[in-house]
Design a protein. Structure first.
Length: 428
């Protein structure tokens, strides 16, 4: 035994092994197809960015920036860096850097890991994954509606039903400013029920106080002045425009005046898709409009709207509905005897792969019995046997391993090497 003390994965960061990884791949394939059907193209950005991108983009006084980011100083060049805690800031940085919106608005998406230092529990991890979708350069409620309708289609494609939409509007800067004054006055009157975090935030970011999950503060938050009541005609028209289009599409929603989202950059439309099936971590997807962010990060002003889906939570929901997929390693498993048998198997395997089969050749040399056990465990439809007799007659023995594939067929048969590909193609 080695003296090396074994290493485990970090708390809140999961390995995904087969067969579970097959559910991930199936979801990713479905999602790419769904995104393509709405014209979204893939934009890939680095996981590591300068810390100030997120503190500026997400906002200093937010859960993410105050306490959840994986940040460190790179000692090699003394830069403050952060593992992305979300996609939007990086996507926006990239479009500004490459002048990507110069001639037209763009629809882009990304999928991958994001990092937040939170207390791990079901649906809450330190490395988790998001499907992030951004419509950059679009101002109207038609695109807000398109994004939400698109999500409705994804849930349908995945067969998910117990998932509902909550909507709010956060208005524009001047409306928020007027509301803010009223909200601070209200919070000052209720300072006795505010927890420590709320007291700290009530001047810097009073809206965020309403986002509290502290049960003691719920009544206070429910009675607080509503931002929605401060909206002017243009903001209300945007909201009504969105609702009308959701009605057209038959998408149900509930208005939630307390929905403010955990990031600073939103204005007008904000929404969340929520389910009761995941315990406390019920938000599967959150998004909204962020018309000021591109300018805030140094770009030419342009409106934008987007959302992020939590992949772990989505997969948890899918798992409650679907049988799990058991991935197979191969369709054909080649069994052999002696060095000549192994070399023939390796060559035959290549021609079978040329014909599109997924093929495994048994590695190393072992007895037929243990090779058959591996063939069975691989999930293959057939084992192809290349023993001494087979080499001498240049005919492979094909043993059907799965009942359904062999219905009406002999359990075992002999097929000449040069007819193997065509014979197999006609059988399976
Ligand atoms: P929550 O209120 O659950 O903390 P959030 O508002 O911080 O969510 P967003 O920043 O909107 O979440 O991220 C989008 C989605 O990513 C969430 O709706 C959720 O599905 C998922 N998500 C957020 N944090 C985590 C996490 N720590 N682990 C797993 N999924 C997460
Ligand atoms: Mg959070």
């Amino acid at each position: 035994m080695s003296e090396f003390q074994k290493v485990n994965a970090l708390t809140g960061m999961k390995d995904v092994l087969p067969p579970e990884s097959a559910q991930w791949e199936a979801l990713e394939a479905e999602v790419r197809d769904w995104l393509a059907s709405y014209g979204y193209l893939n934009l890939r950005t680095p996981i590591l960015e300068q810390t100030r991108l997120f503190s500026r983009g997400i906002g200093e006084v937010t859960d993410i920036v105050e306490k959840e980011m994986y940040s460190f100083v790179d000692p090699l060049n003394d830069e403050r860096l952060t593992m992305r805690p979300e996609f939007t800031a990086g996507m926006v940085r990239s479009t500004i850097e490459h002048n990507f919106l110069y001639d037209r608005p763009r629809r882009v998406y990304a999928m991958g890991p994001v990092f937040r230092h939170e207390k791990p529990q079901r649906g809450r991890y330190r490395q988790f994954h998001q499907i992030d979708v951004e419509a950059l350069g679009f101002a109207g409620p038609d695109v807000d509606a398109e994004l939400i309708i698109m999500l409705g289609r994804l849930w349908r494609r995945l067969g998910l039903t117990d998932i509902r939409l909550e909507l709010n509007s956060l208005g524009q800067a001047d409306e928020r400013a007027a509301h803010r004054t009223a909200l601070i006055a209200y919070l000052e009157q209720h300072v006795d029920v505010l927890d420590e975090e709320a007291r700290r935030r009530m001047y810097a970011n009073p809206l965020r106080v309403l986002d509290t999950k502290n049960p003691v503060m719920q009544d206070m938050a429910d009675q607080a002045p509503r931002l929605f009541d401060f909206l002017g005609e243009a903001s209300l028209a945007h909201y009504r425009g969105l609702c009308a289009r959701l009605d057209d599409a038959g998408i149900a929603y509930t208005f939630n005046a307390r929905l403010v989202r955990g990031l600073d950059y939103y204005n007008l439309t904000v929404f969340e898709w929520v389910t009761d099936r995941l315990g406390a971590q019920g938000t599967v997807c959150g998004g909204g409009r962020y018309d000021g962010l591109i300018e805030l990060l140094g770009g030419k002003p342009a409106p934008a709207v987007g959302f992020a889906i939590g992949v772990e939570r989505l997969l948890d929901l899918c798992a409650q509905k679907d049988d799990i997929i058991h991935p197979v390693e191969c369709q054909l498993y080649l069994i052999h005897q002696g060095e000549a048998g192994q070399r023939t198997a390796a060559q035959l395997a290549e021609s079978l792969r040329d014909a599109g089969w997924r093929v495994l050749v048994h590695a190393g040399s072992s007895g037929f019995k243990s090779q058959f056990r591996r063939a069975d465990a691989s999930g293959a439809i057939a084992a192809i046997i290349l023993g001494e007799d087979e080499l001498a007659s240049r005919c492979a023995t094909v043993k059907w391993l799965r009942q359904q594939a062999s219905s009406g067929q002999a359990q075992q048969e002999s097929i000449p090497f040069d007819r193997l590909v065509t014979e197999l193609q006609s059988r399976i």
